[in-house]
Design a protein around this ligand. Sequence first.
Ligand SMILES: NC(=O)c1ccc[n+]([C@@H]2O[C@H](COP(=O)([O-])OP(=O)(O)OC[C@H]3O[C@@H](n4cnc5c(N)ncnc54)[C@H](O)[C@@H]3O)[C@@H](O)[C@H]2O)c1
Ligand SMILES: [Zn+2]
Ligand SMILES: [Zn+2]
Length: 390
Amino acid sequence: MKAVVFDGTRAVSVQDVQDPEIEQPTDVIVRVTSSALCGTDLHMYDGRTGAQPGLVLGHEPLGVVEQAGPAVSAVSVGDRVVVPTHLYCGTCLHCSRGLSAACSRVRPGGFGAAYGYAGMGPYRGAQAELLRVPFADANCVPLPGEPGDANEDAFVMLADAFVTGWHATELAGVRPGSVVAVFGAGTIGLLAAHSAVLRGAAQVFVVDRIPERLEVARSYGAVPIDFRDGDPVEQIRARRRADRLPPGEDGMDGVDCGIDAVGFQAIDRSDSAHENPRQVIEDLTALVNPTGRIGIAGVYAARDHAPAPAGHEDGSLRVPWAALFDKGIHVGFGRTHDRRYTALLRDLILTGRAEPQRVVSHRAKLDEAPAFYRDFDRRANGIIKVVMKP
Ligand SMILES: NC(=O)c1ccc[n+]([C@@H]2O[C@H](COP(=O)([O-])OP(=O)(O)OC[C@H]3O[C@@H](n4cnc5c(N)ncnc54)[C@H](O)[C@@H]3O)[C@@H](O)[C@H]2O)c1
Ligand SMILES: [Zn+2]
Ligand SMILES: [Zn+2]
């Protein structure tokens, strides 16, 4: 089969690799109909993670079950399914609590696993014609309709992007009436903003510097904040004051909930040619009101193979703990617990309440992967989200 293979820093190719086979009676093989590119793939592409040449990339597949092992009972050959990024067994202690990103059975010596992902287990990636899916009864989420129908782009967002955006709003405790700021208008930030609006937030700000991404934020009902126009913390506070805070709430011109949808490769606002992995955490600490919450969905790498000046190889960072303590801010981190949200968000799509497909800016053939990796890495040509068709 054809697959996108990591060849080394800023190099991928489309190669013929061996077809996957059923290895366990609980496996299925899925024929991939759509497979998306993600900001997470770029951490590997940029040589920051220790990904080894030969790794088949990709973790956002939608497809149809082509073969099923004898112990699979919940899905059958021919079923249309989305396969969550972070695979899980479905029955261990963490899975039974809905904390599937910390599944204790899928990665020997660790917790949680993912497809095509450095350090996250031995699972081949999904930017390929076929994918082996272990524990298929748990990991195949059934979908109605036919491949290529009007929901194709929306459903592929269920593999990772939409569930992660939603998870970020859970981590940040977004409730009806919350005032929310999302840093990063990539797919994750945009779908966090969409999720916050769906959850009844009173106001949502989205911070970035890429105009076409900020326009999508606006289309979701968020207020775009371009950090090229000045400190985004000050811009949001000024905007809140201009909207007139209720009497007695003058000091509450920050936000209730802050979301980091950028991660360790954040742009340094004082020198945009460089990264500063502390930038977004520092901005959120300054912006979130006392007793507020911060949700961190952006990735912080345990080992950064080419750290920026404010970063460190082992991922340790100086964090403004005293300010967080003083304000009594609650901070939540981590990978998304796909099992909790996938079916729920699918149903929001089916009723037309959610439209995650608005972030899809480009559709491509799998063969075009090298060019799209290059352009996405440069955040060039208006790319927000690329969906590839094997
Ligand atoms: N927790 C999870 O389960 C999970 C799942 C998927 C992706 N992620 C991570 O989420 C992050 C975002 O992914 P994506 O696909 O949206 O990536 P992306 O690269 O498309 O988007 C990141 C955006 O952040 C913006 N940005 C950079 N520095 C900034 C700053 N200082 N302030 C505000 N915005 C800034 C960039 O301009 C860009 O638009 C990545 O770190 C990715 O690895 C986490
Ligand atoms: Zn992803
Ligand atoms: Zn498990």
